[in-house]
Write a new protein. Structure first.
Length: 196
């Protein structure tokens, strides 16, 4: 099979996506607060002007990378749920996949994320979306009789409270559980609670 050359637009889009993936990997590994644009450019082996094609400032770059990370994570999480049957199994798959997606995040990244409002807001928004998804999964399962007939909104609200406490580092401070492990424990708790 012959390789078809990428058009200029496809190449640019592929390069931007590759840069964002590298940027996310760097931030997840080391955090971002201490990194300058010069350092980021050197680590990604690109110019600062290339970084400026991704975002207008370091703050915008951090926010854009955070959005990229959570968008990719959300796609992976939903892919895990899509191939799973049964409400308890889907809840477990969903929350476990959230935990797995957060596993590469270093403590420094999570600390920087909590301290930088634009990135923290992205995490908060994704936490809210995740809580709504948990509510939806429980409500669907209750309608099908796969889980106890319980107040899905209440269970989702409890899950959302736990998710917010995970997101704002309270769970880590009080239990020592990193975010990825806290989501795994939340999955165990919820699936036991909704069991028939």
């Amino acid at each position: 099979m012959m390789d078809v050359p990428l058009s200029g637009i496809e190449h640019t889009t592929a390069r931007r996506s590759e840069l964002f993936d590298q940027l996310v990997a760097l931030f997840l590994s080391e955090g971002f607060a201490h990194l300058t644009l010069d350092t980021i450019a050197a680590r990604l082996r690109c110019s600062k002007s290339t970084l400026y094609t991704l975002a207008a400032s370091k703050d915008d770059l951090v926010r854009a990378a955070t959005v990229h990370f959570f968008k990719s994570a959300a796609e992976q999480v939903e892919d895990s749920v899509a191939v799973t049957i049964g409400t308890k199994e889907r809840l477990t798959a969903y929350l476990t996949a959230v935990g797995v997606a957060l596993r590469p995040a270093s403590e420094q990244f999570m600390t920087d994320l909590a301290s930088f409002a634009p990135a923290r807001t992205v995490y908060e928004t994704n936490t809210s979306i995740a809580a709504q998804r948990v509510q939806q999964l429980i409500a669907e399962g209750a309608l099908r009789g796969e889980v106890r007939d319980l107040h899905a909104a209440f269970v989702a609200d409890v899950a959302a409270s736990a998710m917010v406490r995970i997101q704002n580092r309270e769970i880590f401070r009080t239990t020592g559980l990193v975010d990825s492990d806290a989501y795994l424990e939340l999955a165990r708790l919820l699936t036991t609670g909704v069991g028939t």
